[in-house]
Write a protein of this length. Structure first.
Length: 418
C-alpha cells in the first residue's frame, strides 16, 4: 500500500464497509534483490498476528506482489487467480508460447543465450528487435537494438542485471510443475522479439467465475523519438472496429492461460497502415497507473474491480459515468541521470491542484536522490512526477497539463557537478 493508492481505494464503491491494511511495504518489495521466502514469512507473520478477520488479500503492483498474492490467498482460503495462470503471463517466453496457441497477433520471438561467448539473435529473426529478460518490470533492462553491436551491448547489460529479478522469480517457478521448455529456460533467460510498429494501446478487464469482461481501452502515447511513455489516455481514440478486435484477442489469450477471479491489462500495438494489431504483453493485474483515469471518466477507479473480485462479487464496471469525458496520466520525465536538488513542496502541489480542478500530482523522487538509483525506471528515462488530469476535451486536458507543469518547480543537477 502507498499513500496515493490508499486515497484512491477510499473512493471505491462501498469503501465505508472496508478496512484497508498494509501488508509489506514498497521499499522491501521493490528495492534491490528481494527474497521471496523472507517476504512470504514476514507476510504470514503479519496476517497471523492480525486481530480480526482477513477477508481479502489484494495487490496492484508487478512482481513480486503479483505472485505473492495468489500464494497467500491459496494458503488462507481466499479468492484469487491461480499462481500458474499468473506466471503464464509474467514469464515472457511462456506467455508468448501460450499466445501462439490461440492467436497470430504477436511478433516473432525466441530465446537468446546469455551463456554463449558470442550470442546471436534467434534464427529467422531480423533487426530491429527488442531484448528483455523473461521476467522484469517497468521496462527495466528492456533494450531496442538496431544492429549487431547494439545487440551485443544489450546482451551484456542484461547478463549483468538479470539476476535482480530473475533469481527471485526462479523461486516462484519452483512452486509449479513446468513444461519442459520453460523449465529449461528458467527465470534468468533473455527473450528477443521483433520490433512492433504503430500506436500503443491497452485494454483492461477481469474474469469473474469464468466470465471474461473487457471494460475499457486506452491509448499510450510516447515522447517523440522515444520508447518512454508521455501519457496514458482514456478512453482510446482508436476506431471502434479496432477496439472490438483488441477485446476479442484479449479474451482468447486470457481464456488460454486459465485466469479466473482476477483483473488483467494487456498492451498492444496497432499499425494503421497495415490494419494490424500485435500483442505486446499480458499483465495479470489491472494497472494502478490507470486508477485515476477510470475514476475521472467512468466514476469508479479500476481498484473497484480488484476488490470486488477478491470478495466474490461481480464488479459490474460501467463506462462513462464519471465527471469528465477524457483523462490521462502524464509523465514528467528527465532523460539523463542527475541529482534531485529540489522537488515541489506539499503546499506548492496543493496550490496547483486547487488552481486546476481535475488535476492530481504525484512526485516520484525525493530531494537528494540520484535518478539512476530510483527503482522501477525504464532503460531510457527517469520519472519526476505523474500528473493525472480529467477534462471535457483533449485540448482542455493539454492546457491543464501545461499550466500544472509550469507551476511545478524541479531542480536536477548533473552528477558531474557534485
Amino acid at each position: 500500500m502507498d499513500d496515493v493508492n490508499l486515497t484512491v481505494l477510499r473512493e471505491v464503491p462501498n469503501a465505508e464497509n472496508y478496512a484497508f491494511h498494509p501488508l509489506l511495504d514498497v521499499e522491501e518489495l521493490q528495492v534491490g534483490e528481494v527474497s521471496i521466502p523472507d517476504l512470504l514469512e514476514k507476510a504470514r507473520a503479519q496476517l497471523n498476528a492480525f486481530d480480526g478477520s482477513v477477508d481479502a488479500i489484494v495487490g496492484y503492483w508487478d512482481f513480486p506482489v503479483s505472485t505473492i498474492v495468489p500464494i497467500l490467498c491459496g494458503e488462507y482460503g481466499l479468492r484469487s487467480a491461480s499462481l500458474e495462470s499468473v506466471v503464464k503471463c509474467e514469464h515472457k517466453y511462456w506467455s508468448r508460447l501460450e499466445q501462439s496457441k490461440v492467436i497470430s497477433e504477436h511478433p516473432r520471438f525466441g530465446l537468446v543465450s546469455l551463456e554463449d561467448e558470442d550470442p546471436k539473435p534467434p534464427e529467422g529473426m531480423s533487426f530491429p528487435m527488442w531484448l528483455k529478460p523473461v521476467k522484469s518490470f517497468s521496462s527495466e533492462l528492456a533494450f531496442g537494438v538496431d544492429d549487431e553491436q547494439e545487440f551485443q551491448e544489450a546482451v551484456a547489460k542484461i547478463r549483468d542485471g538479470v539476476h535482480r529479478v530473475g533469481r527471485p522469480f526462479e523461486y516462484i517457478l519452483e512452486q509449479l510443475d513446468l513444461p519442459e521448455e520453460i523449465a529449461g529456460a528458467g527465470g534468468q533467460a533473455c527473450l528477443a522479439e521483433e520490433s512492433l510498429t504503430g500506436v500503443q494501446a491497452a485494454v483492461e478487464g477481469y474474469v469473474f467465475e469464468g466470465g471474461i469482461t473487457v471494460y475499457g481501452a486506452l491509448d499510450s502515447i510516447n515522447f517523440p523519438d522515444s520508447s518512454s511513455f508521455m501519457r496514458h489516455q482514456y478512453p482510446s481514440a482508436l476506431p471502434e472496429p479496432v477496439q472490438r478486435r483488441l477485446k476479442d484477442v484479449s479474451k482468447r489469450v486470457i481464456e488460454q492461460v486459465g485466469m479466473d477471479n482476477a483483473t488483467f491489462s494487456i498492451e498492444y500495438f496497432y499499425d494503421a497502415a497495415h490494419d494490424e494489431i500485435n500483442l505486446l504483453e499480458i499483465n495479470p493485474r489491472h494497472s494502478q497507473s490507470h486508477a485515476e483515469m477510470f475514476e475521472y471518466v467512468d466514476g469508479v477507479p479500476n481498484h473497484h474491480a480488484m476488490i470486488s473480485l477478491a470478495l466474490g462479487t461481480d464488479p459490474g464496471m460501467r463506462p462513462k459515468h464519471g465527471e469528465y469525458a477524457v483523462a490521462a496520466k502524464w509523465y514528467h520525465r528527465w532523460f539523463t541521470d542527475g541529482i534531485v536538488k529540489r522537488v515541489p513542496t506539499r503546499e506548492e502541489i496543493e496550490k496547483v491542484e486547487r488552481d486546476n480542478p481535475g488535476v492530481k500530482i504525484d512526485v516520484v523522487p525525493e530531494e537528494g536522490q540520484r535518478l539512476s538509483e530510483m527503482p522501477g525506471q525504464d532503460s531510457y528515462s527517469y520519472e519526476l512526477a505523474h500528473i493525472f488530469i480529467g477534462a471535457d476535451s483533449e485540448d482542455e486536458m493539454r492546457e491543464k497539463h501545461d499550466r500544472a507543469l509550469a507551476a511545478l518547480p524541479f531542480e536536477v543537477e548533473d552528477p558531474a557537478a557534485e
